[in-house]
Design a protein around this ligand. Structure first.
Ligand code: UDP
Ligand code: MN
Length: 247
């Protein structure tokens, strides 16, 4: 049977879903079967050739989400056309993972922290490979919660890349929040990263050139095939990465 999506370039590209990860076994146990089932459902996204790549930061340093996502990109870029950076704690219910040349934020409904519709650029974001390379990826210097996604948004503005706001619907899995200790009250690590951003704010254009994919160094210490409910997920892996020393 002919389906509209069969000849549509938005559905012909190879997608890598990159999940930054550490110490959220409950969430990952729900995420993997949910996402594989989601892409099998009878709608346009089922035509997308996707794979999932869980990138786990080893060691005890604070989590560095930007650097972990950059590692994921470096590991998958040879075999994929576009990537989706995907928090492990948002399960898609109704979303659009099709390719586009410009970046896209896929999530809106289901966000829980009063995010700003215009500017929020986290949670689930999609990037064409060339666009991500144009902004030199995420900054590598944010250890602990927050601001790496905001600085990526600033990089996109500088590069003249707006992002699509696709307003997908997701189910959020609850967890203790690392950025806020109470509504509106930032944690120590969030305040520290706020100060890091303010120190860089006047200099984002130069930092775009010097800090990102082109300055990334890491080691993969282990790579395992990914499975969900006893079935191998094709072309999908769990990588354990050593990010090296604090900056
Ligand atoms: N993450 C993780 N372990 C951590 C911190 C973050 O796996 O210790 C990953 C996970 O994919 C998570 C994402 O980074 O969904 C975003 O972090 P978090 O959920 O803490 O931030 P939020 O988006 O809730 O503010
Ligand atoms: Mn979360």
């Amino acid at each position: 049977m002919f389906r509209a999506a069969d000849n549509d370039p938005r559905y012909a590209r190879r997608l890598a879903i990159i999940v930054p990860y550490r110490d959220r076994a409950d969430h990952l146990g729900k995420f993997l079967p949910h996402v594989t089932a989601y892409f099998q459902q009878d709608k346009l996204d089922r035509n997308i050739r996707f794979s999932i790549h869980v990138i786990e930061q080893i060691g005890n340093d604070p989590f560095n989400r930007g650097r972990v996502k950059n590692c994921g990109f470096a590991l998958v870029k040879h075999a994929h056309d576009y990537v989706c950076f995907h928090d492990v704690d948002y399960l898609p219910l109704w979303a659009d993972y099709s390719w586009s040349q410009s970046p896209a934020r896929l999530i809106w409904h289901g966000l829980t922290l009063g995010e700003d519709w215009e500017n929020f650029f986290g949670g689930v974001v999609l990037f064409d490979k060339d666009a991500f390379e144009r902004v030199n990826g995420y900054p590598n210097c944010y250890w602990g919660w927050g601001l790496e996604d905001h600085e990526l948004g600033e990089r996109c503005k500088l590069a003249g890349l707006d992002f699509e706001r696709r307003d997908g619907t997701y189910m959020a899995l609850p967890h203790k929040h690392a950025g806020f200790s109470a509504p509106g009250v930032l944690t120590e690590e969030a305040r520290r990263n706020g100060a890091v951003f303010r120190g860089r704010q006047g200099n984002i254009a130069a930092l775009l050139e010097s800090d990102g994919l082109n300055s990334l160094a890491f080691n993969v210490v282990e790579k395992r095939p990914l499975s969900a409910q006893g079935q191998i997920i094709p072309h999908s892996f769990h990588y354990f990465v050593d990010l090296g020393a604090l900056p």
